[in-house]
Design a binder for this molecule. Sequence first.
Ligand code: GLC
Length: 610
Amino acid sequence: MTATGVMGECERRLTKHYFELRRLYGELYNGDMRAFDYFCTMLRRTYGERSEELRRTDREREKKPEWYRDRNFTGMTLYAQNFAGTLKGVESKLDYIRECGVDFLHIQPFLASTKGRDDGGYAVSDYRKVNERLGTVGDLESLTKSCHEQGILLSADFVMNHTSEDHPWAKAARAGDPACRSKYFFFDDWEIPNQYEQSLPQVFPTTAPGNFTYLPDCDQVVMTFFYPYQWDLNYRNPMVLNDMTENLLFLANRGMDVLRLDAIPYIWKELGTDCRNRPEVHKLARLLNLACQVVCPGVLLLGEVVMEPEKVAPYFGTPEKPECQILYNVTTMCTTWHTVATRDVGLLRRQAEQLGRLPGNALFQNYLRCHDDIGWGLDYPWLGSRGYEEGAHKKYLNDWFTGVWPGSWSRGELYNDDPRLRDARLCGTTASLVGMESEDPELRRQAIRCDEMLHAWMLTQSGIPVLYSGDEIGQFNDYSYHDDPDKRQDSRYLHRGKFNWELAALRHDPSTLQGELFQALRRMERRRAELEVFRADAVVSAFDTGSDRVLGIRRSLAGQTLTALFNFSEAPQNVGNPAPGGRDALTREEYAAPRLDLPGYGFAWILTEG
Ligand code: GLC
């Protein structure tokens, strides 16, 4: 395309979305048209900086806006430093990632942040620089290029709620610069912060209590919902939106396919509220979506909305006005662990039915574990009707998963235990949580079966399954963080250990734990990738298997039906055959008998045609 033709492309897209952009911007910023003009100029500039190669991909994806729903992606999330030392290291290990069947790779935050005050990278001090311990922007571009050559989509974090206190804006704000102070929430005394606190919950009640931090050097109080060194940005200031959007587009222009909007529910603050999921957040999410439609329509937004179930789905927006294309399926994740501890599939079944009724544009990222803790955001009103009391139940879950409950084989640790609220959350790797650390060979075998069953369940859900790096070889907890002064306060490091390449080398030997798990996962992922019925647009429902211990899910698409059974208990279960005459999708064995036996933690994927 010629230079004018190319800019014409940007203008065409801008014209298409102009009125909506202007209306949303006007609503948020009281019709501040100067700031809006800057926003539009910034979009043109970042479009001008986008490489022709990325623009070509945009054009292809623009022609087929549902492109990402048509493929059965398999995802993985990893820390560059734990997996391979640096970004270059990750690039040199792409063969392994491909061998895992992964074509959607999320690399944990890799931008500049200060050692010891980095919240695992979620405290960014420079949005245009890669953390020097991990490499350079050039290394990042080289990695994205290699990923694209191998058909892998790359996802990166956009940490938008806060910057590090070492970001240049924060430093200038601290030194008294009024323009920079207006990018954060600064207060001369505790009066307003105390008013906010009346209605604000706490994100890190033990590791970082309170939502504000006093800065003695400048005698100011600053808003800090997360760690004291993570200063909340003030999106009521249009320049914050303008500059942060440019930072997001900078990452898009480095070749990211998916941008993870970190902690998005928190970005709009309103005194007297809990400052979560405000209507303005949805306007901002829509604005970001439109900014991408203008500059880089091939790029997707992934919302990190770790909220109670009814707050999550609204972040998809509507089919006509989408916000995030992908969202974390946090509800299913934590309900899955609740089911592991209770062996009662009731809630999981109910939620599978609810998800099946969501509008067609919804696409979830499904997972068992990620870099964060498991918070017990369950449907307590419903659980209450089944005799579970919230406080007692959270205590049971935590006792079970920390191995305190008599007979428990689980080895997790608590996270942000606040005895006042009885609301602790939980950390640990999948393998350790299901009991694989046990010395007892029988329990170990049982744990491997449970681990496989849980992964089969994750792969059965609609959307993009995302493995937590190390889970494919059953990696255990890493207790060494207790000895690291930078990490020991934060038990999430329990499941952020270094990837163990020696154990990974055993993955082809099925007589080892690593080999058995790795091969089983590969078999399932391959089948999932082959079978149409796993596509996101299949019709999904849950059914009663006649056993409280066995979850039953049905997926149907184009004449093919997958009937899946998952035994969430260690005891064998005998259930009626829900798909007589079907064949096992993995072993091809026929299910002819009227009833079938599922071993402890067994599962079945039964295929029927027609
Ligand atoms: C997100 C991240 C988490 C981080 C927090 C603050 O929830 O997943 O790791 O601590 O945001 O940025």
